[in-house]
Design a protein around this ligand. Structure first.
Ligand code: B12
Ligand code: SF4
Length: 471
């Protein structure tokens, strides 16, 4: 019997890190030159910024069942291979890119291909997905995916596969890159060491999808994976954990063991790292070049209003300085517009960025993502601008539109205060200055800062149009 062919698909979002482009572009007045420039920039952003493969689909394609062959199609970089025969397609659905995912599902089903939907949106909103797929997988699919493949072989796919308990990450499940087109990516070395988040930030739903308890992989299995990955791809490693220092003892042991491999890596951490000299040393010596740190607000009242308590304002600045002094670049991620923020926040942010030397600042607008506590609260308070039922309206974009009404600053004052700040922070001279001062990875710091000059300028135009529409 011929092998069953399964295609795993990652969707390209319309904007955001997948290649920022103007929202509602038909309404933007542009000449041929600026249209071409925007298209070229969008392509550069997609290929240069976070061009890493989806770990979810690498994990699924590594779960082998005899009689089934799996391939990955990442629509950010590849065309849909409809010239080949497929028995089943699995689509990873992220909140905010639901519309293109459902459209694709419709197309594939019209060609007789069975469609299985999984991923964050399916886990949080299964009822909205049911009619769009032949089967849904609700939850982390690491183990249940084998059952789905066996049911495909037997010819009786069930309409729903629900993962009742979070997979035990302590079990060794080797991840293979066989289904990937390695040259398409900036790097294919993506590794996750833990899952779950003990915190409760109300603008995030990682704890809803992955639970509050931190689950660890064994250190031996991570080290073995790094060793295997290095044989196929010598480029930089991305540790995808939401907080790579969440369990400090585990992280210190793991990264100390990775020192001999001489890798270069980036990840996401909390400011608390700046107060742990031994852990910082292990990070630095194991090749950590940069960390994304979710600082969000510089005011405790604002962070607390969003259930973020693990980042006390009084310690932020010293922590960031310590991390940079250990030779690690800081991508500082801020949110302006939290409940508790007032019009004095932009000046505070600018001063903080200057004083601490944050290498790449990212100043975001709060994004109420459906399925988060802040979304429900803003909806209950009547502060969401689009219809809360219309999840497509909460599309991914790059600080290009306000989706809610700030608590204490009228929108008509809030938008200009934000755009004036990004105009001052994201300039070419500032990009050059930050790159010169970066402790490592200077060309990457320059590239990010220059891309942000473009992306925030585009965001200002879109926000300007939103402001006009309010008048
Ligand atoms: C690395 C990462 C990226 C990478 C890679 C994308 C990816 N999803 O792999 C890049 C940088 C490209 C990226 C981009 C974006 N990201 Co991102 N990203 C992450 C991060 C940190 C890790 C993702 C990961 O690999 N997790 C580990 C894997 C194993 O888990 P998983 O993806 O959930 O997959 C499991 C299940 O969901 C399920 N599953 C997933 N897909 C499928 C498909 C099928 C068929 C089946 C059966 C099962 C299944 O099984 C998997 C194994 O258990 C997460 C945070 C997190 N903790 O997940 C945010 C996260 C997914 N990103 C988020 C966002 C908002 C974005 C952007 C919109 C950012 C922006 N403004 O542009 C874009 C969207 C890009 C897109 N095309 O959809 C949000 C999504 C919110 C939501 N509820 O959907 C998250 C949760 C961060 C957060 N704190 O809110 N991201
Ligand atoms: S933003 Fe980060 S720390 Fe906060 S809940 Fe989400 S994953 Fe956890």
């Amino acid at each position: 019997m011929a092998e069953k062919q399964v295609l795993l698909i990652f969707i390209q979002a319309d904007s955001g890190v997948d290649g920022a482009s103007h929202l509602d572009s038909a309404m933007v007045k542009r000449n041929v030159f600026s249209s071409l420039k925007d298209a070229a920039m969008s392509n550069i952003i997609r290929r240069a910024q976070f061009a890493i493969p989806p770990l979810s689909l690498m994990i699924l394609s590594s779960r082998k069942v005899q009689g089934v062959s799996q391939s990955i199609c990442d629509l950010r970089f590849e065309k849909l291979p409809l010239d080949r025969h497929w028995d089943m397609a699995g689509i990873s659905v992220q909140t905010g890119a639901v519309k293109p995912a459902f459209e694709l599902a419709r197309l594939l089903r019209s060609k007789g291909i069975r469609v299985v939907l999984g991923g964050p949106y399916v886990t949080v909103f299964p009822d909205r997905c049911r009619e769009h797929g032949d089967a849904l997988v609700i939850g982390e699919a690491d183990d249940i995916w084998e059952e789905v493949q066996r049911d495909l072989l037997a010819g009786h796919l069930k309409p729903e596969y629900r993962v009742e308990t979070y997979p035990d990450l302590g079990i060794d499940r080797p991840v293979s890159k066989n289904a990937l087109d390695i040259p398409s990516y900036f790097t294919t070395n993506v590794v996750q060491t833990t899952r779950g988040c003990p915190y409760n930030c109300d603008f995030c739903n990682v704890h809803v999808m992955n639970g509050h308890r931190l689950r660890h992989r064994s250190i031996g299995s991570v080290v073995k994976e790094v060793e295997t990955f290095l044989k196929e791809d010598k480029r930089i490693f991305f540790f995808l954990d939401d907080t790579v220092n969440a369990d400090e003892a585990y992280a210190e042991k793991l990264f100390t063991e990775l020192i001999p491999y001489g890798i270069s890596w980036v990840g996401q951490a909390t400011t608390a790292l700046g107060e742990k000299p031994k852990l910082l040393e292990a990070f630095s010596r194991s090749g950590c070049g940069a960390l994304l740190i979710g600082i969000e607000s510089l005011a405790d009242r604002s962070n607390h209003a969003h259930q973020k308590f693990h980042n006390p304002a009084a310690r932020q600045s010293a922590c960031i300085r310590n991390i940079r002094e250990a030779g690690i670049c800081v991508y500082g991620s801020f949110i302006y517009g939290l409940d508790g923020d007032s019009l004095d926040m932009p000046a505070m942010l600018e001063e903080f960025i200057e004083e601490t030397g944050v290498d790449v600042p990212g100043i975001n607008l709060l994004r109420p993502i459906p399925g988060t506590a802040v979304f429900d609260r803003l909806a209950a308070e009547g502060r969401l601008i689009p219809d809360p039922y219309d999840h497509d309206a909460f599309r991914f974009s790059w600080a290009q539109e306000m989706l809610y009404i700030p608590k204490s600053v009228p929108l008509k004052q809030f938008i200009p205060s934000y755009t004036a700040m990004t105009e001052r922070v994201f300039t070419v001279p500032n990009a050059l200055r930050r790159a010169m001062k970066a402790p490592r990875l200077r060309s990457a710091v320059l590239m990010f800062n220059l891309l942000y000059v473009h992306m925030y300028s585009m965001a200002r135009k879109d926000l300007g149009r939103q402001l006009e529409s309010l008048a």
